[in-house]
Write a protein that binds this ligand. Structure first.
Ligand SMILES: O=C(O)CCC(=O)C(=O)O
Ligand SMILES: [Fe+2]
Length: 444
């Protein structure tokens, strides 16, 4: 620690040690029957861990919508991480076996498939709308660019962010729409008050997004996606030993937050070297829960215990959910915010532009990011355990708000703000391991 520069030291404090390949918890996963099987057996199987998965059952979608069944299939010869499948309807109904499954997923990999989430129609509409927005001329989209000050909402041009410490540029475009602009619609005065220094650059409400954003479509998606994430948070809250409402209160609608929907688009890589570039470099998500919809491969998780990048196979009717840093810190590290990235789809899907849709639920900007040890004996015990092992727990002790955490990470990943590798390190969250330990240059 003494040899690290100040920025690196700050982020090494929140670094998670790489688990050893022999750690039993990392080598097994719970299949729906509750049986534990070896990780390598699961990787070989590379299929969803649910006998009843509705593969291929998605109805035909309107032209322009990316539908998995219209694409060349995801290949079976690439390393793929099989995720636990969680049934949203059963979670909502309070089935304890299903909540066990959610808990198992959230505390081990921190990623899971979610089926029966009832969001497919709204998701299809968002894909169609997102495609139309991304087809606007670049100069039109640039009027809504998010800028370099740590704001996320609006458009992000491809190449604006670094993907590693060396300053390689990302290849992905985003359309990010604030939950606060949708649920409920704020008055112009409220938005102006919220963003005073940027009022001219980010005019209130709809004017900060391209004109062909359809707010009715966004509203149905965001309403549903928030409900899904809040329902999952409520289940996790109980398992964490928190009083009902403790987590939800930290994600309250009335509090300004960085919660947002994101539509992403990656152009097809033409030159061989483009196929090695990252859409999004190795990262952990900034907020609490991410609700991800994919048609094409390209999302990869860093498999715990192996340090190997493995694809998450897109499955029709299944969203991918994952825990972000905010929730990981609030839970005292009990819930895992796992490193992942986006690369070009594997052949034979590589010639198709990749789009994806995510809804991020993030804590209110004023929420102090600290382990809720006073509110839960389980979280207190987790923190005591860390202290007994001599781990540095300063990242859990509440020195920053969610707003500060988010802005720091956003600002320091922008290439325009880059001074050197230290800027990249300053953008890191709970994944803040020294760069060389994350095998970021290999594509598979
Ligand atoms: O596009 C995806 O599959 C995931 C995107 C992602 O990880 C992110 O936007 O944070
Ligand atoms: Fe992510």
């Amino acid at each position: 620690m003494a040899r690290l520069n100040p920025v690196r030291r700050a982020f090494a404090l929140i670094a998670r040690p790489i688990p050893s390949a022999s750690a039993p918890a990392r080598m097994t996963a719970l299949v729906p029957s509750g049986r534990c099987v070896s990780r390598s057996a699961l990787v070989r199987r590379a299929t969803p861990l649910s006998p009843s998965s509705p593969i291929g059952s998605q109805p035909a979608s309107p032209i322009g919508v990316q539908t998995t069944s219209l694409f060349p299939p995801f290949p079976d010869n690439v390393p793929t991480h099989p995720l636990i499948v969680v049934d949203y309807e059963r979670i909502r109904a309070g089935h304890s076996v299903e909540i066990d499954r959610l808990w198992q997923a959230a505390t081990t990999l921190g990623f899971w498939y979610l089926k029966n989430h009832g969001t497919d129609a709204a998701v299809d509409d968002m894909f169609a709308m997102g495609d139309a927005v991304m087809r606007l001329p670049l100069e039109e989209k640039m009027k809504y660019e998010q800028g370099d000050e740590g704001n996320s909402f609006g458009y992000k041009v491809a190449g604006a962010n670094a993907t590693n410490a060396a300053g390689a540029r990302d290849t992905i475009e985003f359309l990010n729409i604030a939950q606060d602009d949708i649920l409920p619609r704020l008055s112009s005065a409220a938005v102006t008050a919220r963003y005073p220094p940027k009022t001219a650059r980010y005019p209130p409400e709809t004017a900060r997004y391209p004109p062909n954003v359809d707010f009715a479509v966004v509203t149905s998606f965001v309403r549903r996606a928030r409900e899904v994430n809040i329902t999952l948070l409520r289940s996790l809250e109980r398992r964490l030993g928190l009083r009902g409402g403790e987590l939800e209160a930290r994600h309250a609608l009335g509090e300004p937050s960085a919660s947002e929907s994101r539509f992403t688009r990656n152009a097809v890589p033409h030159a061989p070297e483009d196929a090695l570039k990252k859409g999004i470099g190795a990262h952990t998500d900034f907020g609490s829960l991410s609700f991800v919809h994919n048609r094409l491969g390209g999302l990869q998780v860093l498999s715990p215990g192996t340090n190997e990048w493995q694809y998450v196979k897109p499955l029709p009717g299944h969203a991918v959910c994952n825990v972000g840093d905010g929730l990981s810190i609030l839970s005292g590290g009990i819930l895992r915010s796992n490193v992942h990235r986006v690369i070009p789809p594997p052949p034979p899907q590589r010639h198709i532009p990749r789009t994806s849709l995510i809804f991020f639920t993030r804590p209110g900007r004023k929420v102090v990011l600290r382990a809720l040890a006073e509110e839960s004996n389980m979280i207190k015990a987790a923190m005591d355990g860390k202290r007994q092992k001599g781990e540095d727990v300063s990242a859990y002790e509440g020195t920053v708000t969610a707003g500060e955490w988010f802005t720091r990470r956003m600002r320091n990943q922008r290439i325009k703000n880059r001074k050197g590798p230290e800027t990249w390190l300053a953008s890191r969250g709970t994944e803040g391991r020294v760069e060389t330990e994350i095998p970021d240059e290999r594509t598979a």
